[in-house]
Design a protein around this ligand. Sequence first.
Ligand SMILES: [Zn+2]
Length: 415
Amino acid sequence: MLKVDEQWLSDITYQVNCTDTLLKEEGFTRLGFSKEEEKAIQQFTEISTNVGLHTRSDEAGNVIARWEGASPDEAPIAIGSHLDTVKHGGGFDGAAGVICALSAIKTLKDNGFTPSVPIEVICFRSEESSRFGVSTIGSKAMSGRLDMDAIKDIKDEHGTTVQKAVEEVGLTWSDFEKAERSESDLKQFIELHIEQGTRIEKAGASFGIARAIACPVRLSIKLLGKAGHTGTTPMDNRRDALCVAAPLISYVSEEASRRSVTNEYPVVATVSTLTVEPNVMTVIPDTVHLGIDIRSVDDELKRELAEDIKKKMNSLANESNVECQIETLVDDDSVFLDPETLKKVKQVGEGLGYKGFDMESGAGHDIMNMAHKWPTAMLFIPCKDGVSHHPSEYATEGDMVMGAEILAHYLKNEA
Ligand SMILES: [Zn+2]
């Protein structure tokens, strides 16, 4: 059995996070294409070079650390994730995948292994949507799924556009698309990530295998009632937009719970944004905006719920004489990963004595872009109390070691 150097893994966990403490009150803020993300990537490059990998940055700023092995002309097996974070996020979302990947390489090297095909560790750029509202920019570019015109003028909260941010870190916007790789360029891609939930623990398992990534349907609803004095407008003469929104909020949550019990795959639905106008103590709300995010890997189930939410909204609005406008902002198909590759990763983990759990991913990841072009598998390790996108996000050293161990053994079999 291959033994992971636990001290080294621990050391590089601090190094890529550029920190000496992983649990900081303010957490980590390494937004996509920021100086902070750059700094973490520099650490990644330094560690990769130290373990004898050859690193290069592609036109989209993704960094690829490569181990040529015995047949450099063969298509490589790639593993990896991202190093950017949300605002005040943790040191493991994304980073865990990069750290475990590097640690797997170090483990194989320590054991004198030489791969017969090249191995790459990929560190994707700007995975999180927290800066620009656009997620997985680096992996979209690598898999050829980026709509450059659609994103170039999107601004962050300081007014910096995507194009400007990209150029500020030394990349050339007009070359960005050249980061796309062809199908024959990679053999397969494996991403390890923290679970960001508690399903693995609840199932009594040690690691998760994500069969599919649930992509959302997003609805934007605008309700238009009539403002009036809260003291002088009688109850039977009101068109209160918030009173129409209230039962819908309960409906969304109750219906998602109910349908999750009766279907093979769960569906989750959330009224995640709500604005009330004029939001004044003495005025009846006349305008309410609701944002609803609905996800399931069962696309039919998710779309059925979205349609029922629209119907319910229309009927509630009609009853109260409130105008209702509904827009579907996003309606993406879920992404299924490669059953064969998933099976092999799970077998490796279970062969090492860890219990695997088949699940889905409710969150998006770089792998959903890669899966459109290459065979892919996603491996989840637990994170404490399921907390993520928060300063207290944490994965234990034991779980990180397990992740590195599974990746190392998988690479040993496959490469
Ligand atoms: Zn992530």
